[in-house]
Design a protein around this ligand. Sequence first.
Ligand code: ARG
Length: 580
Amino acid sequence: MIIDVLTEKVAAAFAGAGYEVTASVSLSDRPDLCQFQSNNAFAAAKAYHKAPFIVADEVAAILSKDPMFAEVQGVKPGFVNITLTDEAIAAFADELSADPAKGVPADGGETIVMDYGGPNVAKPLHIGHLRSAIIGQSLKLIARRMGNKVYSDIHLGDWGLQIGLVIAELSERMPQYTCFGEYHEGDELPALTADMLNEVYPAASARSKTDEAFAAKAHAATADLQDRRPGYIALWKEIMRVSCADLRANYDALGVDFDYWYGESDADAYIPELMDILESKGLAYESEGAIVVDVAEESDKAPIPPVIVRKSDGSSIYATTDLAALIQRMRDFSPDKVWYVVDNRQEQHFTQVFRCARKAGIVPESTATEFLGFGTMNGTDGKPYKTREGGVMRLSDMISQVVTAARERMDEQGRAAEADRDETARRIGMAAIKFGDLINHRAKDYIFDIDKFLSAEGKTGVYILYTVSRINSILRRAAENGASASGKLTVTSDSERALMLALITSGRAWELAFSERAPSYICEDVYQLAAAFSRFYHDVRILDEEDPAVRASRLALCSLTRDIITDHLDALGIKTVEMM
Ligand code: ARG
């Protein structure tokens, strides 16, 4: 990559001037002055007791002799400013066109287990699950593209109180079924549907908050289920069948997938082993009838309470299944990293789980457990996004709102009759939602604003799709005219130079996205690419350029830009449309 080539040259120049320093080169902070810069003269000056600008001047003098550079200058207080020749820029861009990896560094080589699902069986997906799904899916695609092996696991919430609540509620509504009593293999179970569960769960949950006897019944049902009471297991399987089909359809619509559909219930098999480890290491002790493990550390600023691994009624809870799942994940995948893409508000839970796992030796020193928290999606009023009635918004409702708005805009543009109108509207809507989310650093809260997300201007998915479709139409017309789009690249204008520079340095965005576990860098970069393309498009002639060599170069640049932008969009899980 270009930055690597420059770094080598700068390192050699420092060495040539007699300074031993680690060299680094970055994109210029002042694009009006130069394209790249090195700030290493400051460190060298310190080590060799000189003024930084003297060192910078010496290094610049050496680099100036290299024909790759149009200009290299030492500037006060001690920067080395670097500008490439147009020939060098075009040569790097040609290299990028021929590179099968399209400039993406792919030397990863780590094994990563990812947890970015966490939907709860029997409850509809709500918008809280949107962020983990799209951030997680994108991080997975980025990590894979960069040469890592990733196993994704949905980690269904299928073994907790929500199932107990549903069982308790159904037992009162349909007491005639034997699953609630003396159940025998083959007995009839109530016929469930996703819609029914979507009504039963909220009703049961609301009731448990005011009706103590009912709450106790739900807790008892949870414990009995975990004890494998046959009728409850049979009913639970039916709930799973109906609910998982619904969840699958929802994730499919989002373009999000998982390699494994394990749930908390699968972790259950590892709980006896977990309890053995915790006991034999003397970590677990009884407290108010529950079994807990201390995880506080001296350096904690806020107190971290002990983690509860078994409740007083004998049931296992959230932390228990997460710890047990870690035993399974280490055994099955031996990962270097385990990534959890979960709401920031669960950070303490994961601190407890990770510390306990480390103390117990479930996770070795060589494996890092990482909590990749995300912020809240707020409405335009700055408060967590809600339905008009103030309830939690269902994910499917939110998606159809945006897709409907996208379709209305298409109709306004007179496109109501297009054959693939619905699919186009769906893609535009999904691009709007995903880009609107991913452009924000994952840890930050953001405002969900349909009008802004669907705008054709600014940092939006729609603007990027618009850019791709514009390039498509240029290349389509070029093909119709028989014009070649495979020319050698040359720089004949400022906007071409700027676009090529943006293209050849875009590998940096992948490195940042991976190292910070934040797809926002890919979003920002793809926006910069699209904006550089728009300036180029408005600035120069392409199809009607008279010089055939210049025309071919510009068409080749269009095609390269489309490839690199599409590559970025792939990693964001965003599909393009042929026409906008
Ligand atoms: N089911 C949880 C929830 O809806 C999220 C699970 C996150 N992943 C995990 N391994 N705990 O809040």
